[in-house]
Design a binder for this molecule. Structure first.
Ligand SMILES: [Zn+2]
Length: 311
């Protein structure tokens, strides 16, 4: 099931306890369905529960009978067609919500809201009709695809004014519709919770936490790799110096404390200063000091013997 389907499935289970909210959700789902007009047009959805919800809401809030049939969606998937087949029922649905169907442009009639409870239900209806959300593993994106420009603008304002969560939606034009969208994961979470999809909101939150944890690990690994590279390049210079000493005067000619470290370093180029120190039972700075002496000695010999400077 896609993330959008999960959300819609969850939203369709929300119970409208008050008649005002039931009507508001009905208004939202039909206003954004592209068939809120006098013309006979159908709404096609792959979500069976959304089609049922539309039909039930129309019956309960406007006493209008809806016809449902099987169809094929634009993505060639099995779908449901929802329509108001006769003129009288289309007119009735419009009238219940204070519309005539003859307005120059479709607007949100706020007279249908008795309070914040209704705005919440209206937004839920809108999401069921025209909302989608991208899988949070891929991207944080939630959008409402609104068929008309003025409707999209007013819808955007309504979202911005909602006091329950600080949403800052953006609007973009796309082919035949206007897209009102959110990209901020926190805002999407808040909106989903507000609409009544708290399980989906929780899922998004968990994906986000997982992603953040993974990023932290990656950052740490990068940091460790960089440190390792540093160890290796320093180690390469040291082993080169020790090799010069070994090939010329011989490691045996070195003071006792340097001999041990020189052999250890040659055999273990990957060891850090700390690790070398642990083996020799001396401090890290002690190791560093002795390695500097080996480096200087190696460089001096290389200079004297005219050995190409590989350090
Ligand atoms: Zn209400």
């Amino acid at each position: 099931m896609s993330f959008s389907s999960e959300i819609k499935h969850e939203l369709c289970k929300v119970e409208n306890r008050k008649l005002c909210c039931l009507k508001a959700e009905c208004y939202g789902i039909w206003l954004f369905s592209k068939c809120f007009s006098l013309k006979n047009s159908a709404y096609v959805t792959e979500h069976g529960d959304v089609a049922r919800r539309m039909s039930e809401l129309a019956a309960a809030a406007a006493s209008v009978q809806v016809e449902m049939s099987f169809a094929v969606s634009r993505r060639k998937k099995p779908a449901y067609r929802v329509e108001l087949v006769d003129d009288a029922s289309r007119e009735q649905l419009l009238q219940i919500f204070g519309h005539t169907g003859r307005e120059p442009s479709l607007r949100i009639n706020r007279g249908n809201f008795e309070g914040d409870c209704c705005v919440q239900a209206f937004l839920r209806g809108a999401f069921l009709a025209c909302g989608t959300a991208t899988d949070p593993n891929k991207e944080y994106h939630l959008e409402f695809s609104v068929p008309y420009r003025n409707l999209a603008r007013e819808f955007c304002t309504l979202l911005e004014e909602t006091e329950a969560f600080p949403a800052a939606p953006a609007v973009a034009e796309r082919k035949s519709s206007y897209v009102v969208y959110l990209k901020d994961s926190g805002q999407i979470e808040d909106l989903l919770t507000y609409l009544g999809a708290s399980a989906a909101s929780m899922e998004l939150m968990q994906v986000k936490m997982y992603k953040e944890a993974k990023n932290n690990i990656n950052r740490k690994t990068n940091f460790e790799t960089a440190n390792m590279d540093k160890t290796y390049s320093a180690s390469a210079r040291q082993t080169a110096a020790i090799a010069v000493i070994s090939d010329t005067v011989g490691i045996g000619s070195l003071p006792e404390e340097l001999q041990q470290l020189a052999r250890l370093r040659l055999e273990n180029p990957e060891m850090t200063l700390r690790e070398l120190g642990e083996v020799l039972k001396i401090s890290r700075s002690g190791v560093n000091h002795r390695l500097q002496r080996l480096l200087q000695l190696g460089e001096k010999i290389a200079g004297e013997k005219g050995i190409e400077n590989i350090m």
